[in-house]
Design a protein around this ligand. Structure first.
Ligand code: CU
Length: 358
């Protein structure tokens, strides 16, 4: 331990002793003065402390906000079209709840001070009022219904039908990392079967090589997207529940074993443009796992590159189909499981061990 740490411990112990002694002393004082007088004095001090707490508390909330603002994403512009609507909803919700919070806190602590116990008045017994009950039930209910309706509307847009020109990318989560698959020139993602997952045979996604649509599918190590072009993500998981988290696009979607999920969005700025917007030379778009999925959860962070169509075309042309890696001779590998051909989806059946790709 350093001297500073000893010092902090000594200070804490001393503060404790001081508080303890004050409490004891006030006990003796109340005995000397008489219970009633001591109560009145304590009552005044407590009422005053209510006001102090209100001012210090609101000030501290404001100060924390200022201190941590740059560490949040609030000041970074949303990089997708859906994200802008989500930001607007966030701000409206924050404005409404923030307004209610400040008003109620001021009333709560001000009333505690203003109407403290006094000899001069007696508390008024007021147990029930139907009009008031109705009012403070109906107003929040209507407000929340409106907020939730907007949320649902955008949810159905994000998870609904993607525009026709959208590109498709499959994102598969596993402990601990993401795999990306592009459909290749035919625009169709080939069939998969979880029984075919075999990283040792260069088939970490369980692609069925008998399906011709698989033969041009690409399996790059990084996610590249085209600016201003809608992209539909088809999200899968090979083991536990993960979650595709795209903080800069303000989107996230669970990756559930056996149940592919989808969401689509349109990136608005390239990585280069975001570097300028954030005045950060090292800015990168991130994909994270937003679901606590195990000890290596943190290591699922990945980088997304958003670029122009020309840059993307150049990059994608350097990628080699996984089919050629898995079948160097070009011949179709025999499926190791007899009934593999008909299964189009990855199904997580209990008892079936999925191979985790490390
Ligand atoms: Cu995860």
């Amino acid at each position: 331990m350093t001297w500073t740490e000893y010092f902090v411990i000594i200070i804490v112990v001393l503060i404790f002793i001081v508080v303890f002694q004050i409490a004891k002393a006030s006990e003796y004082v109340s005995v000397l003065k008489g219970e009633k007088k001591a109560f009145q004095q304590n009552n005044r001090i407590n009422a005053f402390l209510m006001l102090v707490f209100l001012v210090v508390g609101l000030g501290a909330a404001w100060w924390c906000n200022k201190l941590l603002y740059k560490k949040t994403l609030l000041w970074v512009p949303s990089a997708s079209d859906h994200g802008e609507h989500i930001d607007t909803m966030m701000w409206i919700t924050l404005a409404i709840t923030g307004f209610v919070f400040i008003i109620t806190q001021i009333l709560l602590f001000w009333f505690a001070f203003r109407y403290q116990s006094s000899e001069k008045r007696k508390a008024f017994y007021y147990p029930h009022n139907n009009k008031l009950e109705l009012l403070w039930t109906a107003v929040p209910a209507i407000t929340l219904t409106v907020l939730v309706s907007f949320g649902l509307y955008y949810w159905y847009r994000i998870t609904g039908e993607a525009p026709k020109e959208a590109m498709e990318v499959e994102v598969t989560g596993h402990q601990f990392g993401w795999e990306y698959r592009y459909p290749g020139k035919d625009g169709v993602l080939g069939r998969q079967n979880y029984k075919l997952i075999d990283p040792a045979k260069n088939n970490p996604l369980g692609q069925d090589w008998k399906d011709a649509a698989n033969q041009d599918d690409l399996h790059p190590s990084e996610l590249h997207l085209v600016v201003n072009k809608p992209v539909k993500l088809i999200i899968r998981s090979q083991d536990v529940i993960h979650d595709v988290g795209l903080p800069h696009f303000r989107l996230k979607m669970d990756a559930v074993p056996g149940v592919p999920t989808t969401m689509w969005f349109t990136p608005k700025y390239t990585t280069e443009e975001m570097k300028q917007k954030t005045s950060n030379e090292n800015f990168v778009y991130e994909i994270s796992c937003d679901q606590m999925c195990g000890a290596g959860h943190y290591s699922m962070r990945g980088v997304i590159v958003v670029e122009t169509q020309a840059e993307y075309d150049k990059w994608i042309s350097t990628q080699k189909p996984q089919y050629l890696t898995a079948n160097p001779g070009g011949e179709v590998a025999a499926a190791p499981v007899a009934n593999a051909t008909g299964a189009a989806e990855t199904v997580a059946a209990p008892g079936n061990k999925l191979v985790a790709v490390q």
